[in-house]
Design a binder for this molecule. Structure first.
Ligand SMILES: NC(=O)c1ccc[n+]([C@@H]2O[C@H](COP(=O)([O-])OP(=O)(O)OC[C@H]3O[C@@H](n4cnc5c(N)ncnc54)[C@H](O)[C@@H]3O)[C@@H](O)[C@H]2O)c1
Length: 350
């Protein structure tokens, strides 16, 4: 039985307790939170609440610490937990930049403990579908992938609106989106990053961003997130050289795959198209020249994150979210911030 402790019993700390409750072989025994109001909540749920962080980390019966505090504490708390001889699961963003992550990784190496990050969106059903459709070759070579997460509430609230806590959408969603893109093409290197960040309604942090990642084979990824879009664009859009994929939302139930029907020669259109006007290039295909196919059945296989943690505690090689993969994400995030600041694209090899 792996005995876990939650460091920060807020929204995500609570989600971790729920995820762990569904898995055999691991249980939550301890909770630490700076907010004394969490004592009652923790004790009602049957956990031992420890108000002092050092005493929490010193518990001999604590095997693994789950860090679910606001972002700016992640580096220091991960280092403290590793030095206390505990395995560590850290919430995303793992740290605020690569230099901070390297500090943690140096300690993790000496400690000989597991250090991993809750990049749970690697198992999202929409993402797995995207990955499978690309891998099946249905689209040919994917030339460009677009990832969008667009919300409509208008503002970023709580500590996420405060730069001192590591607020803003790049740290909130950008790290998930970049991580997904890098996992999609692990063999490709990112060679250029261009990013723009806006603070439209939440003035201290980015509430809208766009990033372009260019890979060494000149394919590209567009990553975008904003909180004040009142219309939706697809969650995923892929331009393949043999087809187009559109996944509309997180359910992966809406969208389609479209392919040219090669039984027909695509002839140049003549004359003025009644809809497009005078453009032969943009004139639509005739219906029989294009095939629209529904998305495959969405398979929600759950998120085997904690099952994997149990395996990795026996054999660290089995760890699903390896720190070096998250380090690539942080390097891209560093480049995105640098690009936004200088208003230039940043040359990298990540
Ligand atoms: N992986 C995901 O899908 C996902 C989703 C949401 C949040 N998160 C991440 O989880 C983390 C927490 O986010 P949240 O939405 O749960 O925030 P939250 O504000 O709901 O919870 C944070 C908790 O940490 C506690 N806390 C704050 N400072 C502390 C300190 N110094 N020591 C101990 N406890 C402290 C707070 O009292 C609160 O209970 C963030 O890093 C966020 O990015 C991840």
């Amino acid at each position: 039985m792996i005995r876990a402790g939650i460091l920060g019993l807020g929204y995500m700390g609570t989600v971790h307790t729920q995820k762990i409750a569904a898995v055999e072989g691991i249980r939550v025994d301890f909770v630490h939170d700076i907010d004394p109001g969490k004592k009652d909540v923790a004790e009602k749920a049957g956990y031992t609440f420890i108000s002092d962080r050092s005493s929490f980390l010193a518990q001999p019966d604590l095997d693994i610490v789950i860090i679910a505090t606001p972002n700016q504490y992640h580096r220091d708390f991960a280092i403290e937990a590793l030095r206390a001889g505990k395995h560590v699961i850290c919430e995303k963003p793992v740290t605020l930049n690569t230099a901070e992550l390297d500090d943690v990784l140096t300690v993790a190496k000496t400690a000989g403990k597991i250090f991993t990050v809750h990049q749970n969106r690697r198992w999202d059903v929409d993402y797995l579908m995207l990955r499978d459709v690309i891998a099946a070759g249905t689209l040919g070579q994917p030339v460009a992938v677009e990832s969008r997460v667009l919300g409509e509430r208008g503002i970023v609230f709580g500590w996420r609106a405060d730069p001192a806590y590591g607020g803003g959408m790049v740290y909130d969603w950008g790290v998930h989106q970049v991580d997904q893109i890098l996992q999609l093409f692990p063999e490709r290197k990112v060679t250029r990053v261009f990013a723009q960040l806006w603070s439209v309604n939440t003035l201290q942090v980015d509430d809208y961003f766009k990033m372009e990642l260019v890979f060494d084979d000149q394919t590209s990824a567009h990553v975008e997130c904003g909180v004040f879009a009142l219309e939706k664009l697809p969650r995923w859009f892929v331009y393949g050289d043999a087809g187009t994929l559109k996944i509309d939302d997180f359910t992966a139930k809406n969208g389609r795959i479209s392919k040219i029907n090669h039984k027909f020669t695509v002839e140049v259109s003549e004359g003025v198209d009644p809809v497009v006007g005078s453009s032969r290039t943009m004139a639509p295909l005739r219906p029989e020249q294009i095939q629209h196919m529904p998305l495959p059945e969405a398979v929600n296989g759950g998120e085997p994150f904690y099952e994997n943690i149990i395996q990795a505690c026996q054999d660290p090689e089995q760890l699903a979210v390896k720190p070096e993969t998250v380090r690539r994400t942080m390097q891209v995030i560093d480049a995105a911030f640098a690009s936004a600041k200088t208003r230039q694209s940043v040359e990298v090899l990540i």
